[in-house]
Design a protein around this ligand. Structure first.
Ligand SMILES: Nc1nc2c(ncn2[C@@H]2O[C@H](COP(=O)(O)OP(=O)(O)OP(=O)(O)O)[C@@H](O)[C@H]2O)c(=O)[nH]1
Ligand SMILES: [Mg+2]
Length: 400
């Protein structure tokens, strides 16, 4: 992520977290506050979730090879015939890989991925694969089964794509952008298509090499208007150009294979999506959440809580500086406490009088006796005076 994007992101995350804290403490029986609380939690999810990418294409067009190119060699091979494979959903997880079988009605963790039979796989809507690949912190990848496969319903890809942020369609150069692909692509919403990529695979094949320019020209005309970008890729070469952590080992192959162009395009699309998200989050913060927060009535602070908060700050301050400034720090504490009492109407008038008297007494003693010389003894004495007040104000009812 770019620095600027990261800054905006963390700024918004802080604003949302702050709003959640305030709303959590407020009275959520109030409808507006309850709604704002729910909205703020949605925004937190929206900000932190990775971008979802749906990979689609006809049978054997190179979808899984493309995913492997993105994720490096970490991806486990599942030994099953292509027609048995459900959508595979790759997500990030630190350390060990974990698998989850998502059925139409229930889902469960899978401990031994190789123990799944083809019938088991066929019955699934989706197989979730959580692996420690840093790339997946930014992107969630859905590898869908080939759309021309009659044993799988054609709308697998469509239903996944409709929930994704953008799609990547793989088309095999040997028979690129067929009528059936065009018809499938037409079903997607316009905005999604305009954010999506068409990857032309198998362009390394000898039979393609001589006609690649003509092919790309045709695709520019027939397909490009339906996509953000059309990119020709030698998937096997692109995979080989990086190590298993995604670090580019052979820059020239990485570039000539289309790997660099593809990743750059994905990054550009991601920035666009993120800036849309930031805009929505900012709008909701200003229009739904801030007005609800402004409604929260904060209870006026009592003297006891004011005093203990201020005292805590003073203690921290004195711990981190030369202790001999204690009398001057305490004097300021007492002056501000007197001002607080003068302005606040929450403390009982009776105890306010007692507190005022004790604050003034301590103030006079520190000012006239202890402030004159910055010595360790005077600082200790000043600490003792404040400790005495601390105790008294915790036991106000005993104050004579
Ligand atoms: N030479 C070459 N072979 C490729 C390329 N991309 C994929 N392949 C090969 O094509 C075959 C099919 O690739 P897959 O990635 O399994 O295709 P798929 O779209 O996932 O197939 P299904 O999931 O079965 O629909 C594999 O043998 C790949 O190694 C490419 O760019 N060049
Ligand atoms: Mg596949």
């Amino acid at each position: 992520m770019e620095n600027r994007t990261a800054d905006i992101q963390s700024g918004l995350e802080r604003a949302v977290a702050d709003a959640i804290t305030k709303l959590a403490r407020a009275d959520r029986k109030d409808g507006e506050i309850a709604r704002a609380y729910g909205a703020a939690q949605d925004l937190r999810t929206l900000l932190s979730r990775p971008i979802r990418v749906a990979i689609g294409g006809e049978f054997s067009s190179g979808k899984s090879t493309f995913v492997k190119m993105l994720l490096g060699q970490h991806v486990v091979e599942i030994q099953a015939s292509a027609s048995a494979m459900p959508t595979v959903h790759f997500i990030y997880r630190a350390n060990n890989a974990a698998y989850r079988a998502i059925g139409a009605h229930a889902s469960q963790d899978v401990t031994d991925i190789n123990a799944l039979t083809e019938d088991d796989l066929r019955a699934l809507e989706c197989l979730e694969v959580a692996v420690d690949v840093p790339f997946l912190k930014q992107f969630e990848i859905f590898d869908t089964p080939g759309t021309a496969d009659p044993s799988r319903s054609v709308d697998q890809f469509l239903s996944v794509a409709n929930q994704a942020d953008f799609a990547i369609w793989c088309t095999n150069a040997t028979q690129a952008w067929r009528e059936s692909e065009r018809r499938m692509w037409e079903n997607l919403p316009f905005d999604l298509k305009q954010r999506s990529l068409l990857i032309v695979t198998h362009v390394d094949l000898q039979s393609i090499k001589s006609s690649i320019n003509r092919l790309m020209k045709r695709l520019q005309k027939e397909a490009a208007p339906q996509f953000k970008k059309v990119i020709a890729m030698e998937l096997l070469a692109a995979s080989a150009a990086r190590d298993k952590n995604g670090k580019v080992m052979d820059q020239s192959v990485w570039e000539s294979s289309g790997g660099a162009e593809c990743l750059d395009a994905m990054t550009a699309i991601t920035s666009e999506i993120r800036s849309d998200v930031f805009e929505n989050v900012t709008y909701d913060l200003e229009n739904k959440i801030m007005p609800a927060i402004a409604k929260i009535k904060t209870a006026p602070k009592t003297f006891a809580s004011y005093w203990s908060d201020e005292l805590a700050k003073v203690k921290i301050k004195l711990r981190s500086t030369d202790n001999r400034i204690a009398p001057s720090v305490h004097l300021k504490l007492l002056e501000e406490a007197l001002m607080f009492l003068d302005k606040s109407s929450t403390t009982q008038p009776e105890s306010a009088q007692k507190i005022t008297a004790r604050l003034k007494e301590a103030h006079a003693y520190i000012q006239n006796t202890l402030l004159q010389e910055n010595t360790d003894t005077n600082s200790k004495e000043s600490n003792a005076v404040i400790a005495q007040l601390e105790w008294e104000f915790q036991h106000l009812d005993m104050l004579a």
